[in-house]
Design a protein around this ligand. Structure first.
Ligand code: PGA
Length: 263
């Protein structure tokens, strides 16, 4: 009988601040959370503030285990692209970048093809990617969740040779910012489907070692339900990442629950 290998997936909690907090407010929030976040081990902690706060937070977090990420990245390196941020500009400031968030897809005409260009550009320049996928309410209600997710996963990862620097965030659009999260079991079923989709191209081992987060109305009160699912490797947190108490609780509970799953 084949023996189950323990997975190598370190849980990752990322805070997506979206278009919130100026530099002073960003520093204040980080100062409020920093000690409690650093006290937690066994969980990767990533803050994704607006671009304008990356440099000041990098200085503030020098020597800290708390990491930074951008919320988007353009695919060109430089040039006449007013308003865009190049991977070369992000690379010295942060380790991660979120790509393909549903708000980008919804309000800024992001497609799987443009998500893919951003993913490739980010990887080329040594940024780790949190690639978001998720079905909207209509797709969910009409039973098209898997079809949509498979298309987004395959399209976003076109020509990406390996998954070593990729995290997938499963974020059902209907759960984002609504206060109506998925259930733990429902999210875990889609996360398993994402791994099966990854396995088609990258093999079982790579799929098994790729981290997949859940996102959508996660808070300190419901994180345990999601982290209790061994398939789910952390969370992408929006609203609750702006509240020090909530975010630090999410990180601490994740460490406790995932620590006990590992042992
Ligand atoms: P939410 O956002 O936690 O506020 O629902 C999650 C996200 O958009 O990443």
């Amino acid at each position: 009988m084949p023996t189950e290998q323990p997975n190598k997936r370190v849980p990752i909690i990322a805070g997506n601040w979206k278009m919130n907090l100026d530099v002073a407010e960003s520093l204040r929030l980080v100062r409020e959370m920093r000690e409690r976040l650093e006290a937690v081990t066994g969980v990767e902690k990533v803050l994704c503030p607006p671009f304008t706060s990356l440099a000041p937070l990098q200085a503030e977090l020098a020597g800290s285990a708390v990491k930074l990420g951008g919320q988007n990245v353009f695919w060109e390196e430089k040039g006449a692209y007013t308003g865009e941020i190049s991977p070369l500009m992000l690379k010295p400031l942060c380790e991660y970048v979120i790509v393909g968030h549903s708000e980008r897809r919804q309000y800024f005409v992001e497609t799987d093809a443009t998500v893919n260009k951003r993913v490739q550009a980010a990887l080329k320049h040594g940024l780790k990617v949190i690639m978001c996928v998720g079905e909207n309410l209509e797709d969910n209600r009409s039973g098209r969740t898997e079809e949509v997710i498979a298309r987004q996963v395959r399209g976003g990862l076109e020509n990406v040779p390996d998954l070593s620097e990729i995290v997938i965030a499963y974020e059902p659009v209907w759960a984002i910012g609504t206060g109506l999260p998925a259930t733990g079991a429902g999210a875990a079923a889609v996360v398993s489907f994402i791994r099966r989709t990854l396995a088609e191209r990258y093999g079982d081992n790579a799929a098994r070692n790729t981290r997949v987060q859940y996102g959508g109305s996660v808070n300190g009160g419901n994180i345990a339900e999601f982290m209790g699912e061994s398939e789910i490797d952390g969370a992408l947190v929006g609203g609750a990442s702006l509240k020090a108490a909530d975010f630090t609780t999410i990180v601490a509970r994740t460490a406790e629950i995932k620590g006990s799953q590992a042992s």
